[in-house]
Write a protein that binds this ligand. Structure first.
Ligand code: SAH
Length: 478
């Protein structure tokens, strides 16, 4: 790290801002929004800074040579559009030991401006070491989407009670535990939901804060999270939060590495998936381990491909959690069938043409033999088949026998929403061949007239996800 993120106390003194034109005005806006006292040297003598009366009170227009100006008591020097004067100011500031930023000039800067997420008392600074402000802004947008809207209010709420709690709980670790319980429990949830009155009443009702902090172990819980079909950008905001909050994550084999990357670094990850040919740890063992982890007070995430309640055994896990009396919640995900439909532009319903959808699993030929294919002959029904690769010949035979036309359009869509997604489109007659053409990996089959509407199989050119876009931007910026 060349630049350590720190927070400058704007109450300690004025910031000197030197420069000209729009660059100067832009920096002035940033500093004014932060609440800084600012001394401005407009070296082009254009003092028309368009200040609101509120800002004007904190902004002093300086005249005279900035290189000769008195810098006593100044907390930082900022140059924006100042040309050679900026460079000379940097030399001066450095000699005085003052932090200095010369816009777009790392060599002459001893500090740089991060992209800022401002949520009241919660401020997030994002930096890229000065390499690419564009990337920093993209990251900021992501954080803005991720932070609960009222996170600043939560910080303010805690700030309001901090002193009185400090007086009542002497030991620091216990104090921390107190706040963790408040934030993670119903009081924190009330503040984030905008019910501050309720939160106020609840915290005041705690008669013995030390006992509250110490009280049994924190309650563990399990969140069943749908990870979607692979593209990490298809995680819901709730899923992402659950991953960030988890102490331990039990994940399926199908969950993509890019999604596992979104788990907090210090979180324990336990792969519990089954793979064709390899034995997994077994459903009972998974249930048992999740329950034990939750009962020991951990926040457990059970991360599943697609949606937990679509061929994901989420139902069985919920029943086990209910029986064990463990608190749980469910975050839905985008199921592979929907991911594939969007990826390859196959509308699953279409006015007058397709009025029903069936989601079906046919794991092995044996499973396919137990499916009642006669219920799937309605030509206005779209059939979405999961785990249907090896059973493809049996699926075809079943549908033929039931009387569905060999000309029924079929799409095989493998590794949907991932960079290496691949599709093959044809008719029911060619189904096994279509399966071969998609080169393995998880795939869904979509059977029905709607497959005619599929977009081009453009996905043979790898698609980028946001992580790749950002790294490309970084490369471009270098
Ligand atoms: N709960 C998951 C399904 C698990 S069953 C969901 O809702 O998506 C596993 C099957 O899902 C695979 O055999 C395959 O048919 C399908 N699948 C999962 N991820 C996929 C992907 N990225 N592309 C295509 N099919 C996928």
């Amino acid at each position: 790290m060349r630049f350590l993120p720190v927070f400058l106390d704007l109450k300690a003194g004025p910031v000197v801002l030197i420069g000209a034109g729009e660059l100067l005005r832009a920096k002035l806006r940033v500093l004014a929004a932060a609440g800084a006292r600012i001394r401005v040297h407009a070296i082009d003598d254009n003092h028309d800074l368009n200040l609101s009366s509120e800002d004007a009170a904190r902004i002093e227009i300086a005249t005279g040579d900035p290189l000769a100006a008195d810098l006593a008591g100044v907390i930082a020097v900022v140059c924006a559009g100042a040309g050679d004067v900026g460079v000379a100011m940097s030399v001066r500031a450095k000699a005085l030991g003052l932090p200095v930023n010369v816009m777009d000039d790392l060599e002459h800067s001893s500090f740089i401006f991060p992209a800022i997420v401002d949520r009241g008392d919660v401020v997030v600074a994002v930096g890229t070491g000065g390499t690419s402000p564009v990337v920093a802004r993209r990251v900021r947008e992501k954080i803005e989407a991720l932070l609960p809207a009222r996170i600043g209010e939560l910080a303010e709420f805690i700030g309001g009670f901090r002193k009185s709690i400090n007086e009542r709980i002497a030991e620091f670790p216990l104090r921390r535990r107190f706040w963790e319980r408040v934030i993670d429990g119903p009081i924190g949830a009330s503040v984030l939901a905008g019910r501050k009155g309720e939160a106020d009443a609840a915290i005041k009702a705690i008669s013995d804060p030390s006992a509250f902090a110490r009280a049994d172990k924190p309650e563990g819980s399990v969140t069943l999270v749908g990870a979607g079909p692979g593209d990490p950008d298809l995680l819901t905001i709730k899923a992402l939060r659950a991953l960030q909050d988890a102490d331990i994550v039990f994940h399926d084999e199908l969950v993509s590495p890019e999604i596992l990357d979104r788990i907090r670094r210090d979180t324990t990850r336990v792969p519990v998936g089954r793979r064709v040919g390899k034995p997994g740890i077994g459903q009972d063992a998974i249930n048992k381990r999740m329950i034990e982890a939750a009962q020991s007070g951990q926040r457990v995430v059970r991360l599943k491909g697609g949606d937990p309640f679509v061929f994901g055994r989420g139902g069985e896990e919920v029943e086990a959690l209910r029986t064990a009396g463990v608190a749980y919640s469910i975050v839905p995900g985008i199921t592979a069938g929907l991911g594939g439909a969007a990826d390859f532009e196959v509308p699953l319903t279409y006015r007058h043409e397709a009025t029903r959808i069936t989601f079906l699993t046919a794991h092995k030929a044996r499973d396919a033999e137990t499916v009642d294919w006669s219920t799937l002959t309605d030509t206005k029904m779209t059939v979405v088949v999961y785990m249907g690769m090896t059973a493809a010949p049996a699926i075809r035979a079943g549908l033929f026998a039931a009387g569905r036309s060999p000309e029924t359009p079929v799409g095989v869509f493998a590794r949907v929403t991932r960079p290496d997604a691949q599709g093959a489109i044809g008719t029911l007659r060619d189904l096994p061949e279509l399966v071969r053409r998609t080169n393995g990996g998880p795939a869904i089959l979509i059977i029905g007239d709607v497959v005619r509407h599929a977009g081009s199989l453009r996905r043979q050119t790898p698609k980028k996800n946001s992580a790749q876009i950002i790294s490309d931007l970084l490369d471009a910026a270098e």
